[in-house]
Ligand binder design. Structure first.
Ligand code: HEC
Length: 103
C-alpha cells in the first residue's frame, strides 16, 4: 500500500511539473509572440510573414526556433524571428514549443 502511495505521489508531481511547464509556455507566448502570431497561433497576416503556427507539432516548432537561433532556418522575414529567439534560452524554447504544439 505504501509503495502504491509513493508511486501515486511521483506521478502526481510529474503531472504538476508538466502542467506548470505548459502554463509557463503559455505566459511566455502571450507576452512575446501573440502580438504577431495571434493568441491562438492562427494569425497569418503580414506580421507573421504568412506562416501559421497552429497545427504544427512541438518538434517542428522546436526545430524551427533552433534553426532561427543558429541561422539555418528562415524565410524572407527571418531577421524578425532571429531577433526574437536570441533572447530565449533552451528552456524557454522547450516551453514555448510545447505550448504551441498544443494549440
Ligand atoms: C514582430 C513580430 C513577431 C513576433 C513578436 C514573433 N514572431 Fe514568429 N514570426 C514572425 C515572422 C515575420 C515570421 C516569418 C519569418 C520568416 O520569414 O522566416 C515568423 C515565423 C515564426 C516561426 C516559423 C513558422 C514556420 O512555419 O516557418 C515560428 C516557429 C515562430 N515564428 C515562433 C515565434 C515565437 C515562439 C515567438 C515568441 C517568442 C514569435 N514567433 C514572435 C514574426 C514574429
Amino acid at each position: 500500500m505504501k509503495r502504491l502511495f509513493i508511486a501515486f505521489v511521483i506521478c502526481l508531481s510529474f503531472g504538476l511539473t508538466f502542467a506548470f511547464a505548459g502554463a509557463e509556455g503559455e505566459v511566455l507566448y502571450n507576452k512575446k509572440c501573440a502580438k504577431c502570431h495571434g493568441s491562438d497561433g492562427a494569425k497569418t497576416s503580414g506580421a507573421s510573414g504568412g506562416t501559421m503556427l497552429k497545427g504544427q507539432s512541438n518538434d517542428d516548432i522546436k526545430a524551427k526556433l533552433k534553426g532561427y537561433k543558429d541561422e539555418s532556418y528562415g524565410g524572407k522575414k527571418k531577421k524578425t524571428m532571429q531577433r526574437m529567439v536570441k533572447k530565449l534560452d533552451d528552456k524557454q524554447i522547450r516551453q514555448l514549443s510545447r505550448y504551441i504544439g498544443s494549440l
